[in-house]
Design a protein around this ligand. Structure first.
Ligand code: SF4
Length: 223
């Protein structure tokens, strides 16, 4: 592990929702008014995947497509994540995927809804749900993809740019792996840089392989 000092963000140290199952917590979250983001979004977008997953992947917030579908990682960033997980030898269905913030935050530009970054208050309020997901799934590893997920899990003293690829121990028993959000790869204009960064992201994801009980999930890939 990279550090013996525990960093704890609100998802590891704050209050959390009651509920014994993901379904019951999801049901409670559909009525959430803990911050203002529920007002303009279509619906809450809760995590999905195996309740027994060894690895939880945490992103930032739902995007436009996720907001409409009510499912996480079904838009362009989710498609990129699927490609990179497969390259790393990881089966998405063996993971639990969720976001640090469960409602879509956006600004309207004409007919378009443009992504807006959640603020620290929104991240803190919504960690209430992520903490419950973690408690129920009991992962062996949590992957923080991007600054918002990292702030929710480990607080503001860990940085994606400085700490990318590192594993941070937590007092809850599982480490947190730091990496970028797959949408970062989509924003890079230079194809060579994008390919380089995608390869780095796949390398980061490969660090999750030892946390699956059976090792690499997809045959013929992985490290
Ligand atoms: S973003 Fe999170 S805390 Fe805010 S209303 Fe939605 S579910 Fe509740």
């Amino acid at each position: 592990m990279s550090s013996s000092i525990f960093h704890r963000g609100p998802a590891l140290a704050g209050p959390q929702a009651d509920g014994e199952t993901l379904e019951s917590v999801h049901q409670l979250a559909t009525a959430c008014e803990r911050c203002d983001l529920y007002r303009n979004a279509t619906q809450v977008v809760f995590g999905e995947g195996s309740p027994n997953a060894s690895v939880i992947l945490v992103g930032e917030q739902p995007g436009d497509k996720e907001d409409l579908a009510g499912r996480p990682f079904v838009g362009p960033a989710g498609h990129k994540l699927d490609i990179c997980l497969a390259e790393a030898g990881i089966d998405r269905s063996q993971c639990y995927l969720t976001n640090a913030v469960k409602h879509f935050k956006f600004e309207e530009r004409g007919k378009r809804r443009l992504h807006a970054k959640p603020n620290s208050g929104e991240i803190q309020r919504c960690a209430y749900w992520l903490a419950a997901e973690i408690r129920i799934v009991k992962p062996r590893l949590v992957v923080a993809m991007g600054a918002t997920a990292l702030a929710s899990l480990l607080g503001r003293n860990v940085r994606v740019t400085r700490d990318r690829g590192k594993l941070f121990a937590t007092p809850l028993g599982f480490p947190v792996l730091v990496t970028v959000h797959p949408s970062f790869l989509l924003r890079l204009p230079d194809p060579e840089e994008a390919a380089r960064e995608q390869a780095r992201f796949v390398d980061d994801l490969r660090k999750a392989l030892p946390f699956f009980p059976a090792g690499p999930v997809l045959e013929g890939t992985g490290s």
